[in-house]
Write a protein that binds this ligand. Structure first.
Ligand code: IPM
Ligand code: MG
Length: 411
């Protein structure tokens, strides 16, 4: 039987985990996470690695234009991700229109063939769903992570000979400029994400899996996804399966989100639907994401790196901490995962130590500026819920976290 990719390859007494502070506010939340992780004291040895805009700037100084080592992802980081049991990564910064620049996360998904993007949406205690009637939302979204429009097979302008490939291109022949991005699906690509979703449902006693596609219009690619879904669903007779149009899903997620348990979908639709689902449970600041494949698993929060607040400790650390919960579950450290999740919930319910974004966006408090504590203060409150003796060790733990996430040498 194929191994369960949602779990680490090999069970161990201690794990090695690479941590990537990312860019800008990423460093702040990773420092916060390292305070909390020290209080949690899981059997993990942390291995520092770097990736993102900071590495692009650094390698641009080191290597001449055109040199392959100019990259957001250094070889050293690839090796560390390969040689550890999992990777925890904070947000990175992307800048459009920079010649030679390639997104670090997109590269990692391809390098390690991280075909699952697991994006659950569940309301944490202390947060409110913006929808009427407070529906029970607990959605596990499986986004295909390597194919579709993310295959990076694109032309602009489209070479002349390509216009003869398909009769449908006839009407574009006299346009001033034509750009084409290929949407590539493979049967293997469809099968493995669909199976991952069903296997997850089966292993976790979930009763329904929904495939979201646009087979009614995009017949070749989504037609294949739908056909493979209906075929594979027969192997899981105890699970209710249905397929629907992804635009309808976007609507039903607002109307009846409680009707979804497991969703499986393509890369682009998953990108969009997961952002939508996050808004039902507190926003992007609370949305975790796991990029998972046979060879590696890289866990990152869905939110961005908020460059304007870089190194100011303003944004909330929950996105990365909930991502850490997911990573601990992947490692099979379920007790640690549960303790961490409970501590985050306790601080949210207590509503004393919250960052500005939670006061403003989740609590809708007009005094959000006055009430806000820093990223690190909120992390310390969470650490205090995990370890009642935290205060006594706080100075030492905070200094260590600061050292683990030093960024000055990269600037
Ligand atoms: C995400 C992001 C990425 C994506 C970007 C940053 C490349 O939006 O992880 O959802 O498009 O996949
Ligand atoms: Mg996205």
């Amino acid at each position: 039987m194929a191994r369960n990719v949602m779990q680490v390859k090999e069970k161990k007494d201690r794990y090695q985990v690479a941590y990537i502070p990312g860019d800008d506010s990423g460093f702040d939340v990773m420092e916060a996470a390292m305070i909390v992780m020290q209080a949690l004291d899981a059997p993990i040895d942390w291995v520092r690695a770097d990736m993102g805009w900071c590495m692009w700037e650094k390698t641009c100084k080191e290597f001449p234009e055109g040199d392959k080592r100019r990259n957001t992802v250094p070889q050293e980081t690839i090796d560390k991700v390969r040689n550890t049991d999992a990777t925890l990564m904070a947000a990175i910064t992307s800048k459009a229109g920079v010649k030679g620049f390639k997104s670090a996360i997109l590269q990692m998904r391809q390098i390690f063939d991280l075909f699952i993007n697991f994006r659950p949406a569940k309301l944490m205690p202390g947060l409110e769903c913006p929808l009427k009637g407070d529906p029970k939302i607990d959605i596990k979204l499986f986004r295909e992570n390597t194919e579709d429009l993310y295959s990076a097979v694109e032309w602009r302008p489209l070479p002349r000979e390509m216009f003869d490939l398909h009769p449908g291109m006839e009407r574009f022949k006299d346009k001033s400029e034509v750009a084409v991005s290929w949407r590539v699906y493979s049967k293997e690509g469809c099968d493995r994400i669909i199976r991952a979703a069903f296997e997850y449902a089966k292993a976790n006693g979930l009763k329904s899996v929904v495939c979201c596609n646009k087979a009614n219009v995009i017949r070749a690619t989504d037609g294949m996804m739908k056909e493979r879904f209906l075929e594979i669903a027969k192997e899981y007779p105890d699970i209710d399966s249905r397929e629907e149009n992804a635009d309808a899903t976007a609507m039903w997620l607002i109307k009846n989100p409680q009707d979804y348990q497991v969703i499986v979908t393509s890369n682009v639709f998953g990108d969009i639907l997961s952002d939508e689902a996050s808004q039902l449970v507190g926003g992007m600041g609370f949305a975790p994401s796991g990029n998972i494949g046979e060879e590696a698993a890289l866990f990152e929060p869905s939110h961005g790196s908020v460059p304007k607040y870089a190194h100011q400790y303003k944004i909330n650390p929950c996105g990365l901490l909930i991502t850490a919960v997911m990573m601990l579950e992947y490692l099979g450290l379920n007790d640690h995962a549960a303790r961490l999740e409970k501590a985050i919930g306790d601080v949210l319910v207590e509503s004393k130590y919250l960052t500005y974004d939670i006061w403003r966006d989740d609590k809708g408090d007009k005094d959000w500026e006055k009430k806000a504590v820093s990223t690190l203060e909120m992390a310390k409150a969470i650490a205090g819920k995990i370890d009642p003796d935290f205060d006594k060790k706080a100075d030492e733990i905070c200094a260590k976290a600061r050292e683990m996430c030093a960024w000055e040498h990269l600037a």
